[in-house]
Every structure is written in C-alpha cells, then in structure tokens.
Design a protein around this ligand. Structure first.
Ligand code: LLP
Length: 450
C-alpha cells in the first residue's frame, strides 16, 4: 500500500517489471494501457506481463548455472497457473513442468512441453493419472505405498521402466500459513521418514521401477532462508542411504516455496539468494557425505508467475458506513481471487486510470459475491474512485486463476498476454452459456415433462 501522501506511480517492488504511468496518467503494462485493455477485452481481466514471466525463468536458470557446479533443472510448479500459454512460455525458457493431475499433464503436453522434463506429483494419484504418466513417459514422484504398488504392477504389465522419485516428509518447520505448509511431519504429503528404509528395500527388489532420487517440498510463500538451507542435508542423507541400498539415484528435488512481495511490508529473499542457499546446502552436504553432486531440481511456482499477473476490475457501487469504513465494490472477487478469503492474503492495488492522483482515501475493496468475507483489500489508501474507474491489483499471477471458481455462477475472466505494446488473448472469457454447458435438465423437469 502506498502512503496517503505519495503519488502512486507503479511500485517497482510489487508491480510487474514493465509497469509504468503513461502520458494519460494511466497504468501501462507491457506497453499496453490498462484501461484500454479493459475496454477491449472486458472486465475483470487477468493481464500477464510476458517480460516479467520470462525474466523470472531466466533468473532461476542463471542462478543455478552460477551456484551449482553440476547439472540442474528448474521445473515450473504449474499448479500456480496452469494454462497453455504459460506452460508454453516456461517451456521455451528451458524449464520443465511439475504437474499434479491428469488435467495439468494434458495442458503441459498440449502446450508442447517435453515429457522428459515433466514431473508428476500428488498424494492420491488415480489409476488414470498413473497410466497417463506412464504413457507419456513422464517422471513420477511417488508419495506413498499405493503409488509404488500400483506403479510396480502397471510397469510390469506395460513392460516399461518409469523414472520414479521418492517424496519424503523432511520434518522441516517454516513460517507460513498453516494451509500451505507441507514439510512438517504431520503432513499428508510424502513418505514418513520411518518408512523410507522399507521403501528403499522395496525399490531395490523391483526392477521395473527406475528409482532416480529423492524429493521434498517444505511449503509456500516462505521468506526465511534457513528452512531451505536445512533441506540440503536432509535430502542428501536420504540420497546417500538410497545409494547404500544399491539404488542408482542421480537426482535431488528440493521443491519450491520462495515467497514474493504482495505488499510494501513483504521482504522475501531474491531468486538468486534462494538458489545460492539451496545449492550451498546441497554441495556442502554432498561433500560431507562423500557423494558426487546429483542433478538438482527445483520446482518454484509462485515466484515464477506471481508478479507477472495483474487483475483489472471495474469499480461499481460504494457504501459509506459513517465513521467506520468506506466499501468500494468491484466486478469480481473471491471467484477470481480466492486467496484473501482463504489465507487472509494481502494485496496492493492502484486506480489504473488515475495514477497521478494521490492515494487520499482509505477504502475497503469488496468483491461482488454474496458472502461478507468477499473482501479483496481491507483498509487501503487509494485515489478517490467513482463508478467505472479501473482498479488494478498487483501480484495476482499465482494461485488466482488456478484456484478460480464459478461461485455465484460468475463467469471466470479472460486473460491477455502483453508485450511491447501488443496484447494477445490467451484465455477466453467464460460466457453464460459456458456456465450451463455441463448441466443436464432431465425431461421430467422440463415443462414438457410436467
Ligand atoms: N512443489 C510442490 C510439491 C508443491 O506442493 C508446491 C506448492 C510447489 C512445488 C510450488 O510452491 P511455490 O513455489 O509456488 O510456493 N494455494 C496456495 C499455495 C499452495 C501451494 C501448493 N504447493 C496459495 O495460494 O498461497
């Protein structure tokens, strides 16, 4: 949030890299005037800044090349924003893709991703998920015995040798929202450390499965470096034990989790610092355990796509509760961004058609859903608004469209990719017809049937 006295030009810490205020006093992203994008594509609108997305991919790859003296692969945790255009861009930037469902896998394949660099996660993979993973030849991250037993059977039946990583609950605590912590021992994800020796024993006797390494992920939107420093020694210890069982391990996957700036108060480490910390931890642990450096894999989601996304809304009704609060309502809310209501997440917004107006008024931005908790931003300073103004919320690239719903039968927004003054539609706005597309009205419920 900008302080009430400052002129709210785009905040470089939070806004996409190409954001600026143009000659009309409007927010511009990727060389495109944001209010004009809304006129052209409708409201609300997800806007993706291609430069910011590609830059994040390059920073990750560059940092691993600089800080890790052996092979590395960055894979995009596509749960953060799985869509053809995004998967295609990260693939073109040389990243692999992490998928957690048949739908995410299908999208990645349709986007042209290389199946050799796709990793399939999940704590309850269906038979269909696993068959599809084997058919496309992607790497499977086994989460539990059910995965391993089903895979062993399927691999034998299909006479294939799937590449499999073992996900372990690392027992590392971190400070983030309870719902997005995964590394603590009381977690639904991964094998409990107690089970791992039996898993290695099983793998050493199951020739159809090609066990290639170890995986762990500790949580999301993490600002501390220490948990990521600690993950190296934990993973390397298990890696070395696997080698001692005769397994031909060659890969170590450290997960994702780096946080991003949603507000001025947020202070995450840089991508470079995060990568260096992870790499130093792994290199040091390998030296101590006397194992040669494995291929290192990291799977960030939020820190790749979070900051490239902006959601533009149109301001509608205002309600003043005297001496309490002023609500301004926008034409979207919890159905296009469920993070505030789910995790009490904070965001930063600007009035995109009044960028040169000072942030003079304290308001609470409400969504349009029939739910009191549908509040996008609470008590923030903005330029004075009137109906028809365009509100731009920064940092909505991760886990917004990915978790969007049709609550209240509200159609999901369109998305446009912007770069060098040009915009391209990458997600069509849902129509009213789309909303009833999968409904079926039995004859007995129609007039004719009455
Ligand atoms: N790898 C695994 C196994 C994961 O479960 C996740 C995220 C990631 C990588 C990527 O983590 P990231 O780099 O994005 O932090 N919906 C929540 C976030 C859930 C994260 C789920 N797993 C939110 O909106 O904050």
């Amino acid at each position: 949030m900008s302080s009430p006295s400052s002129l709210p030009s785009p905040n470089q810490k939070i806004a996409p890299l190409t954001a600026k205020t143009n000659a009309q006093g409007h927010l511009e992203i990727g060389g495109c005037d944001v209010p004009a994008l809304v006129t052209q594509y409708g409201s609300p609108l997800y806007i993706i800044d291609e430069v910011t997305l590609r830059e994040a991919c390059r920073q990750y790859r560059g940092a691993f090349l600089q800080h890790y003296p052996a092979e590395s692969l960055v894979i995009f945790a596509s749960k953060a924003w799985n869509m053809l255009a995004i998967d295609a861009i990260v693939h073109h930037e040389g990243l692999g893709i992490d998928v957690v469902s048949a739908g995410e896998l299908y999208t990645a394949i349709r986007a042209g991703a290389d199946s050799q660099n796709i990793y399939f996660h999940g704590n309850n993979k269906s038979l269909q998920d696993l068959e599809m993973a084997l058919d496309y030849g992607v790497t499977i991250v086994a989460d539990n015995w059910q995965d391993l037993n089903t895979l062993a059977q399927l691999a034998e039946d299909k006479e294939v040798h799937p590449r499999v990583m073992i996900r372990i609950t690392p027992g590392i605590e971190c400070h983030t929202h309870e719902y997005i912590r995964t590394g603590h021992l009381d977690s639904k994800f991964g094998f409990d450390p107690q089970d791992v020796p039996a898993v290695f024993e099983f793998l050493s006797k199951t020739p159809f499965i090609k066990a290639i390494g170890i995986h762990a992920h500790i949580g999301s939107q993490i600002f501390e470096l220490t948990p990521h420093q600690d993950i190296g020694p934990v993973l390397v210890e298990w890696f070395a034990k696997g080698l001692a069982f005769g397994l031909e391990f060659s890969e170590l996957n450290v997960g994702g989790g780096l946080g991003i700036c949603y507000t001025e108060q947020d202070d995450p480490p840089s991508i470079d610092d995060w990568v260096q910390t992870v790499c130093d931890g792994v290199v040091e642990a390998c030296r101590e355990a006397r194992v040669s450096l494995p291929k290192i894999i990291a799977e960030p989601g939020r820190s790749l796509v979070g900051s490239c996304g902006v959601t533009a809304y149109t301001v509608g009704a205002t309600k003043v509760v005297p001496e309490v609060r002023t609500y301004i309502s926008v034409d979207g809310g919890m159905s296009d961004n469920p993070r505030p209501i789910t995790y009490q997440a904070h965001y930063t917004a600007v009035v995109a058609n009044k960028m040169n107006h000072p942030d003079q008024v304290m308001v609470t931005v409400a969504g349009k859903h029939c739910e009191s908790g549908d509040i996008l931003l609470k008590d923030v300073a903005l330029a004075p608004t009137e109906p028809g103004d365009i509100l731009a919320v920064y940092g909505t690239g991760a886990y917004n469209y990915a978790m969007a719903s049709n609550y209240n039968r509200i159609a999901r927004p369109a998305a446009v990719l912007v770069k060098n003054g040009a915009s391209q539609l990458v997600l069509q706005r849902e129509s009213l017809e789309d909303l009833v597309r999968n409904d079926r009205l039995p004859l007995s419920l129609t007039h004719a049937g009455v």
